[in-house]
Design a protein around this ligand. Structure first.
Ligand code: ATR
Length: 279
């Protein structure tokens, strides 16, 4: 069989951990293929994607700041890509550029695995933040049938825009200040803001009267145990870290390009954790 190639594009691209994930799977499944990093300038994105086949690629991942540009350059979009308005995974089919956004899948898959039963509660799901990741995650909860999703964002207008752009009648917006006591009334709390990254400050949630069934998730994975997750754990709550989303979101692309649906294993997690530790 012919050797298959895929890559991740971004500007800059040095920081991407995708080659570690896909490289691990290529080795594990003994696939004759490669996965590399390619630095692509925003203004070159469309031309790069149009010539993917010419360059020998089956497809690629897309990272910041090219996700919206890749979405715009694609011919066909999955519902997830349309909901988010940004693409992180590209493949070729019938000569056309196909785009999807696998953050929705990655987050929901990891949540289901780490906090089974989260969906049994009739309390609201709280999303902190209103950027691209919040959009992907809101769409995931909508698809999962959650009927009360509350978005809290420092800039309320951005949360309102998100709610308007994901119609369904199950998203409402609350004031950023209402976050403080949300552990009391939420079934799941997801932090999609950059608060919690090393040295960036505290989210200011009060867990002292938390509902014991509340699940707390953070998409930040450096550090892996953010202050938010530590505070939730100290109250005995179930927590979901950000690394699983990164690992699971890589699965659909690998399957498209290399023809094998790979597994997210503790061994893969260790590979990435070791690398994070080295930084
Ligand atoms: P992404 O698209 O990766 O999700 P983003 O668009 O940069 O990232 O969004 C970052 C999120 O973190 C936003 O919700 C942002 O709030 P604003 O919309 O008000 O900017 C939030 N954020 C960043 N710094 C923050 C801070 N110091 N306090 C509260 N929220 C913050």
């Amino acid at each position: 069989m012919q050797m298959k190639h895929a890559c991740v594009i971004g500007w800059p691209i040095e920081h991407s951990r995708s080659p570690l994930i896909h490289g691990h799977w290529l080795e594990r499944y003994n696939i004759d293929g490669s996965y590399t990093k390619v630095a692509v300038r925003p203004e070159e994105t469309e031309d790069f994607l149009r010539d993917l086949a010419g360059k020998g690629y089956s497809g690629c991942n897309v990272t910041v700041p090219l996700k919206e540009l890749a979405f715009a350059a694609a011919d066909c979009h999955t519902p997830e890509a349309l909901a988010v308005g940004a693409a992180n995974t590209i493949w070729l089919e019938d000569g056309k550029i196909h785009a999807t956004n696998t953050d929705t899948y990655g987050f929901m898959k990891h949540l289901d695995a780490e906090a089974p039963g989260w969906d049994k509660s009739d309390k609201p799901v709280v999303i902190l933040g209103a950027g691209g990741a919040a959009r992907a995650i809101c769409f995931g909860f909508q698809q999962a049938g959650v009927n009360d999703i509350v978005i809290l964002n420092r800039t309320t207008e951005r949360a309102q825009k998100l709610a308007e752009e994901l119609p369904g009648g199950n998203i409402r917006v609350a004031a950023w200040d209402d976050r403080t006591n949300c552990p009391e009334w939420a079934s799941v709390i997801v932090n999609t803001t950059t608060l919690g990254m090393k040295g960036s400050g505290d989210l200011g949630l009060d867990f002292s009267s938390a509902n014991p069934d509340c699940v707390v998730a953070d998409i930040v994975y450096v550090p892996l145990q953010t202050d938010l997750l530590q505070q939730a754990q100290a109250q005995g709550l179930r927590t979901v870290d950000g690394l699983g989303m990164l690992l699971h979101q890589a699965v659909p692309g690998f399957e498209r390009w290399f023809g094998v649906r790979p597994e997210v294993t503790p061994e893969l997690r260790r590979v990435i954790l070791d690398d994070l530790g080295a930084n």
